[in-house]
Design a protein around this ligand. Sequence first.
Ligand code: MSP
Length: 659
Amino acid sequence: MKRESFYISTPIYYVNGEPHLGHAYTSIVADVLARYHRQSGIPTFFMTGTDEHGQKVEEAARAAGKTPKEFTDGMAELFKPLWKELNISNDHFIRTTDEDHEAVVAEVWKKMTDNGDIYLGEYEDFYCVHDETFWKEGQLLEGHLCPNPWCRRPVEKRKEKSYFFRLSKYQQPLLDYYREHPDFVLPEYRMNEVTSFVNGGLQDLSISRTSFSWGIPVPGDAEHVIYVWVDALFNYVSGIGYKSDRSRYEKFWPATVHLIGKDILRFHAIYWPAFLMSVGLPLPQHVYAHGFWNIEGQKMSKSLGNWINPREMVQTFGLDAFRYYLLREIPLGPDGDFMRSSLLNRINSDLANDLGNLLSRSVSMGFKFVSGVVPQPASEPDNQVARKALAVYAAYRESMDDLKTNKALSDIWELVSYLNRYIDEKAPWVMARDASKKRELEIVMYNLLEALRLISVMLKPFMPDSALKMLQQLGYENPDCDFDVAGRWGVLSEGMKLQKGSVLFPRIDIETVENKESAVTENKNETANIEKPAAPAPLAVSAAPAEKTLPEGLIEYDDFAKVQLKVGLVLEAEKVEGADKLLKLKVDTGEERTIVAGIALHYKPEQIVGKNIIVVANLKPRKLRGIVSNGMLLAATQKDGKLAIVTTDGPIEGGSRVG
Ligand code: MSP
């Protein structure tokens, strides 16, 4: 179904720190999708911005010796130029300190109050400043740490008067909505997570604060400021003109996709729709949660010295190569591991070798064999190359319409490889020696150039600058890349003049880059090595063997405490080829890991997806049938051999500690 309009948003980024790889990733993915939809002729609106209120920002401003306003003004100016450098084509940049946004938040607050959804109460709970979230004591990790697996910072005890939002009232409406819109949350497996959280019961939400003042005042009660997540989420409607530009608002709301990281799914898939229901506004079509990038196998953090500055990546590897890597390396959903070696490999192999060579070979043969101009196309309609190119193009369109950016790139590379083989098979340099093959040679050259044009058009959302340079070399001076025009065979016309251009994707010398980078990171890495956590580990279905040296199989508590047990949410499951008993599981235990489990005789893959399992998280990784298994799941086995996995009583977040 063709979309009538496309409104995509990134989260608005907190301004308490500088932009990093995670921010760049969300913005680049959103940019690719926005560019694609524009190229498809669909009215598109792409919005990003900054989340500037709240205690975290207030504290960061204080630490910098600035007023919050001075501080946020400065920080917002760090994000904007970076997005320009990354070629982010956002139509609007919203700041939550924009007057217009503040007015919208005050207005929706009043609406929610009028609808009976806001009341004044008091709470006594634990607050995580970093996550701007309250927790009950029982939810905390040992040592009063925030239970969010991506946070785990100390929390503070708070007792305050607060306004509450009647979230509990929306439990059933939300569940009904999820049932009627199973693709509201994407990827699909994240929907299970959300549904089981809501099924577990929703408590009313504290939505105002009195302990600091950097926020939008509660209308009619200046002692309170509005909770930063209420403020932030409404950016998605204020920023497209809910108050200021009604025609734009009507054209684009409800949003097509809120692209977010998996850590903020609860806010977007539970609170946000409940707020919208309360205000009486339609709900967005999709909330798409992407995964997290780890760096060389470790969580990215400044203290580990592995923090990635996107600007440095662009300077070292080039913008389009960086964009390509992020989109190609992982599908939109699971976590990824950012590794210099795989980035270099993608540049040297996919870009320099496969694509770059295909282009430079084709253009230089164009100069040698057909006088540097586009030759006459084949007259016969049945052209094998045209059919292949159009089939790939159709697959690409389908992938992109389904937001499968990584699949779309592998579709394109299927055509790249096909064309490289085509050149080798046809050997135009041999044809060129035989005058009777002149026409055949022209057709081969046309096929190559035209297929490369189609490749450039498909690549344009991903690598806008390189795609245009490719088109220029192919003789298409002012290319029209709209799919309506460009998504056909036969757009290059006879006589267009090829252009010799520079090498688009030069090979990168691994040693040079590594030397250069290690000089920069040497100091930081010293800390990283010291703090490097023990590697997590693989399967086995039975529990750990009992300690033999103690009487009657008893063990010391300290021995037990060495075993790290965690809740894992099974995201994906598949059979292991050639092994009847094994299932390969992708499990979210706070970080994503692969576990190979010997349960295939007892569970079908679809029976285990979405279930919580208990994982021994700190076993040494083990290779099973060539797959590295990172952890072991617990299961109980009856005398007759019947096996049942151990699970949790009710929904609990993946990564929660067990024990
Ligand atoms: N301000 C809130 C969002 C409010 S939206 C109404 C916020 N800001 S953030 O700056 O902390 O995070 C922005 C995004 O960056 C999140 O989607 C988060 O998932 C993403 N990332 C942060 N670290 C990341 C990685 N290491 N990898 C990928 N994305 C990650 O949350």
